[in-house]
Ligand binder design. Structure first.
Ligand code: KMH
Ligand code: ZN
Length: 307
């Protein structure tokens, strides 16, 4: 086990919709506030998506993204990890645009294509706060989250040109093979940083056996690497605790899970960060500061970003 853990707060994402929780931040001001409060609770990294401030719909709007990331940077020194997963239906060009514009230290890099299915959630709700929500979720019955080898090669080039470290989002074991291929092809260099994303319908389910398998399989194919774990839904805290025991880092936040515990919605991202920080401390592991996280993840430094 390590002594320090990098806690990432995934503030809002592009999966949950405003109907699902009153506490989901959607405006730039709310997202900035949630990121700063997460930092105060122990998060060294925030993972950022942009939403339409009026409707909460995920949008590929680089000016909204800029408002959010500059707002966070003006208030704390946490690492800003910009999404390149974006939201459902965005083009690969729209998704990667903020990397070239803002040259962040870290950005997500989805390591392969999957069925990204949210449609089973729809019948749980009778009324929606906004018109777009039902259609957005429902259309995923026929949706592929496309990350082809061509677009991954192009993403590698954009990341390298801008000194942005890829955080490889791995939803299933085949994606580890994809990363090994990108390394062997010289498109990306080691050590890589992997975020194991468990619990998306279309990807691997969260279980202790599956996480152990992913970590061991990645060791076999890639050798040394840094990793973090995030889980969609209620297994978030148990599996993140397992990640701590395996020497990994953790991601929590309302992007992945709206609850703090069974039957109790989280009122903020910071509540979830504080909970995982507490669990880590009990295990003798302290939350890394942003600068310690930069060291652990091999980032270029906050002085090198373009925002
Ligand atoms: N929302 C997660 C399931 C990204 O932003 O690039 C995956 C994610 C993807 O965080
Ligand atoms: Zn995301």
């Amino acid at each position: 086990m390590k002594e320090k853990v990098v806690i990432t707060a995934a503030i809002t994402g592009a999966i949950h919709t405003p109907t699902m929780s009153d506490h989901l931040p959607v405006t730039p001001a709310q997202i900035i506030e949630e990121a700063v409060r997460s930092y105060e609770a122990g998060a060294a990294v925030c993972h950022i998506h942009a939403r339409d401030p009026q409707t909460g719909m995920p949008v590929p709007d680089v000016s909204v993204m800029k408002e959010i990331i500059t707002g966070i940077k003006s208030r704390c020194d946490m690492v800003v990890c910009i999404t390149t997963g974006g939201g459902l239906g965005m083009s690969v060009e729209q998704r990667v645009a903020p990397v070239a514009l803002y040259r962040p230290e870290l950005a997500s890099f989805n390591a392969g294509s999957i069925n990204f299915a949210l449609f089973p959630i729809v019948p749980r709700y009778k009324e929606w706060k906004f018109d777009w929500e039902k259609q957005y979720l429902g259309m995923t019955e026929d949706f592929i989250f496309a990350n082809t080898f061509k677009s991954m090669r192009e993403y590698c080039a954009v990341f390298a040109e801008n000194g942005t470290k890829p955080e490889f989002e791995v939803y299933d074991s085949g994606m580890i093979n994809n990363i090994a291929f990108l390394i062997q092809s010289g498109y990306v260099s080691k050590p890589v940083y992997i975020q194991f994303v468990m619990g998306v319908l279309g990807g691997i389910t969260p279980s202790c056996e599956n996480l152990l398998f992913l970590v061991e399989y990645a060791k076999k194919l890639i050798g040394d690497f840094e990793f973090s774990v995030c889980v969609a839904g209620r297994a978030q805290f148990p599996i993140c605790t397992q990640a701590l025991l395996l020497g990994g880092n953790v991601r929590v936040g309302l992007e992945d899970n709206l609850y703090l515990e069974k039957g109790r919605k989280a009122k903020s991202n910071a509540e979830q960060v504080a909970k995982i920080a507490r669990i880590a401390e009990e295990l003798g592991i302290s939350p890394a500061t942003p600068d310690e996280a930069r060291q652990i993840l091999g980032l270029k430094g906050i002085g090198q970003v373009n925002f």
